[in-house]
Design a protein around this ligand. Structure first.
Ligand SMILES: Nc1ncnc2c1ncn2[C@@H]1O[C@H](COP(=O)(O)OP(=O)(O)OP(=O)(O)O)[C@@H](O)[C@H]1O
Length: 521
């Protein structure tokens, strides 16, 4: 048993008072250990509670740490018991293509509509209808509304979105009505559907206290159910606002502004002081409520890492580039979460190149590869697709699909490539940040010395950078984030002695982005 830190003791002492609590727990600060301490206190008081985890793996892991008086599970598990199991037969129904569902909802298979300059097929319309229902299910709203219709690539303007919503909403409402029947219907029944149905019933969760883990990324539907329990149960939100990377509510996650006693855990047991200083640089930029201290017994180094255990990328396309580089270097490579998302993008590109339309949600409004290329090159809304276009143009889709086919399982890989999103909650001994974490564009106005001044750092990007740099235990190569060393916001505040660390003094040999060649398969 560890000797609790003063912050862990403060949390354990605040819990028996019954006040609602918000615990800001930085990366690697022993969150589960602390929650287990609270749970043991509750057992002594004869109180029972429930721990709500982000996913099933975390819930299973927590079951081992908590006493039996605390049941561990996900919000979906609660909703399944209350509502979902009635729909079991529908959930087991065979999968079918979304466009067939669209047809069953009345979308005419010969139908092609225009949204501005672009044509939308019946297939694209069907998928958009189903995505609208999913977005409604993740929201705290009572009814399906225009803002649930996803913005589509190539039709971002407000007038075009309004046109799209007029078209989509009647079918989306029909789909939601179809989902209400427990044993028959045409729309495939998914987990988010019964979660929403449960939330709409305003459920009461029987418990003396509720612990909500990873609270910063709670989606609005779960947030709504959870906060509605505050009159009969003690609510404890645990998480890290600086790691809120799903953008459900912009910078104001559920923890920020929650009416409860604010506590924090800032001693990281994952890494040493040098990495804590690097993390603090990002926490300062984000304006986070905490700063980390590293463990003095851990000597985490910031340096160039040639063969890291993990390479963390900003985007899926960046991950693809790294997979190719690592394969070319002869290493066994795993892609965290598998290659499905990238494979789907590559297949969509393949279809467009062959002059066929695709139903990939990102690319479905485009008719040809040339049209997509033009959008990526010239439309500001499409700029983030340019790396995909360049990757496909350089290597060809077949070579990309071939590379994805060579991926290893993580257990057998020498290096794991991951997006920062996928890396959340994980850690590796050595980590390199990939080149696609580029800094902000320069401002139009030059700085005082006449040279171009860098633009402000986007806070969502800073949160992602914080998640990425805090995954390492022993070695961190900040690689693609090295631009922060010369950005005016990147300097550590001189008044804070913890921040004068090797993070800013270690000269990093930045891995420059170099053109990647791939043998055609
Ligand atoms: N007071 C303490 N003294 C020493 N080690 C501790 C203390 N509290 C927690 N730890 C250790 O810190 C590590 C991370 O703790 P824990 O598993 O509780 O965190 P987590 O919640 O799973 O991860 P994270 O904090 O990254 O979300 C574990 O090895 C744990 O034993």
């Amino acid at each position: 048993m560890h000797v609790p830190t003063p912050e862990q003791s403060a949390a354990a002492e605040a819990f028996p008072t019954g006040s609602h609590l918000v615990i800001q727990a930085g990366a690697g600060t022993g969150k589960t250990t602390t929650l287990a301490m609270l749970a043991r206190t509750a057992r002594r008081q004869g109180r029972t509670g429930r721990y709500i985890a982000f996913n099933r793996a975390v819930a299973r892991h927590a079951t081992r740490s908590f006493p039996a008086e605390v049941s561990c599970g996900t919000a979906h598990a609660l909703a399944y018991t209350a509502v979902g199991r009635r729909y079991q037969a529908r959930m087991n129904a065979p999968r079918r293509a979304g466009w067939r569902t669209g047809a069953a909802l009345g979308i005419d298979e010969t139908m092609t509509v225009r949204i501005g300059a672009r044509k939308m097929t019946h297939k694209a319309l069907s998928y958009t209808v189903l995505r609208t229902v999913t977005r409604f299910c993740q929201s705290a709203d009572q009814e399906i509304a225009p803002h649930h219709v996803p913005p589509l690539r190539g039709a971002e303007a407000a007038t075009l979105h309004a046109q799209l919503a007029d078209l989509v909403l009647p079918y989306a409402r029909r789909a939601w009505a179809d989902l209400q029947h427990p044993d028959r219907g045409v729309v495939r029944f998914e987990h988010d559907h019964y979660l929403k149905m449960w939330a709409l019933r305003a459920p009461v969760i029987p418990a003396d206290f509720l612990l909500l883990d990873e609270a910063q990324d709670t989606n609005p539907v779960v947030e709504q159910v959870f906060t509605a329990q505050r009159d009969h149960a003690q609510l404890v939100l645990v998480g890290d606002s600086a790691q809120a990377i799903y953008g459900w509510r912009g910078a104001r996650d559920v923890m920020t502004g929650f009416d409860g006693k604010q506590l924090s855990l800032s001693r990281s047991f994952r890494f040493g002081p040098a990495l804590a200083a690097e993390a603090n640089r990002w926490l300062t930029i984000i304006g986070a409520p905490i700063r980390l201290t590293g463990s003095p017994c851990l000597d985490t180094e910031l340096c160039t890492v040639r063969a890291p255990e993990a390479i963390l990328c900003r985007t899926n396309v960046g991950a693809m580039v790294e997979v190719i580089r690592q394969l070319e270097a002869g290493r066994r490579v795993a892609l965290a979460g598998g290659g499905e998302a990238l494979g789907a993008l590559a297949r969509a590109a393949y279809d467009l190149e062959a002059g066929r339309r695709t139903v990939h949600p990102e690319l479905m409004l485009f008719e040809t590869w040339a049209e997509l290329r033009e959008y990526a090159e010239f439309d500001p809304a499409g700029r983030d697709l340019l790396p995909l276009v360049e990757l496909v143009d350089e290597h060809g889709t077949e070579a990309l699909l071939h590379a994805l086919g060579q991926l290893s399982h993580e257990d057998f890989a020498e290096v794991t490539v991951s997006t920062a999103h996928r890396a959340k909650g994980r850690e590796w001994a050595s980590v390199r940040i990939a080149d696609d974490f580029t800094g902000p564009d320069d401002l139009d106005e030059p700085g005082d010395d006449g040279t171009p001044a860098p633009g402000p750092i986007d806070l969502d990007e800073a949160r992602l950078a914080y998640v990425a740099v805090t995954r390492a235990r022993s070695l961190l190569d900040i690689g693609g984030l090295s631009w922060i060393n010369s950005h005016p916001s990147g300097a550590p505040p001189p008044s804070d002695p913890r921040l004068i660390g090797p993070a800013t003094r270690t000269p990093l040999e930045e891995p420059k982005s170099r053109p990647t060649r791939l043998r055609k398969s």
